[in-house]
Design a protein around this ligand. Sequence first.
Ligand SMILES: [Zn+2]
Length: 268
Amino acid sequence: MPELPEVDSYRTGLAPTMIGWKIKGGKALWKNASDADFYSIINQKITGFDRRGKYLILNLDKSNIIIHLRMTGRIDLTENETPEYTTVELDFYNNKKMCLVDYRKFGKVWVVEDIEKIVGHLGIEPLSKQFTSKKFKLMIKKRKGTLKPLLLNQQFIAGIGNYLADEILFRANLHPLRTADTLNKKEINELYLSIRHIIRKSIRFGGTTFLTFRGPEGKKGKFWKKLQVFRKTGEPCPHCKRPITRIIVGQRSTHLCENKQKLHKKLH
Ligand SMILES: [Zn+2]
């Protein structure tokens, strides 16, 4: 599932190519994917790209196109036939097409003037200047819940999905079932550093390649080679060599080293 790094690689990859392109039209080939008024954006040019959480934002002269790839969505630029499984297509005067290709069809496209209408509910951007360790300490002190679902909560921090959450908790030596109110100062700081470190590292390596994700140039991300625990059930932990285990937390597959990420601390 595309998470913050994968969406960010579309942002940085598509911007140099697509800025200045003028829209000729657009349509939803799968009705549930969009009820946007594509007539309203005809003749508008792309002026910029942005991202909030897992949402990709195309700024136009007057409006914005917002795309969420959900489970299996990817973006294809083409000049030829519309690819199979395209749910939404945008056409440009240079004869290129931007297609949301999505075989499970959960991805969505909006056209809005006010971006906040769609992304206003999102929590803090984990790589922003505002997300300091001091700020994180205050954020986590208000929470009591289990760590894994908390990291996945887009209203808490925007952009973290299943693979990032598992990798972050592994690096921070925190069991996914620990609750926020049991963390000491040092653990809170480790969690903060791990959030920044893992997301930055995944962006640097172009994200992962799970399911249908490919980068903007059709190239596969290399971060999957750097994964320590995600989808590594039974393989040796890179630190202690004990097998990685898989548990279910909040209905999500969760991977961890139970030796490195202890649920209960020894009482001595
Ligand atoms: Zn281990």
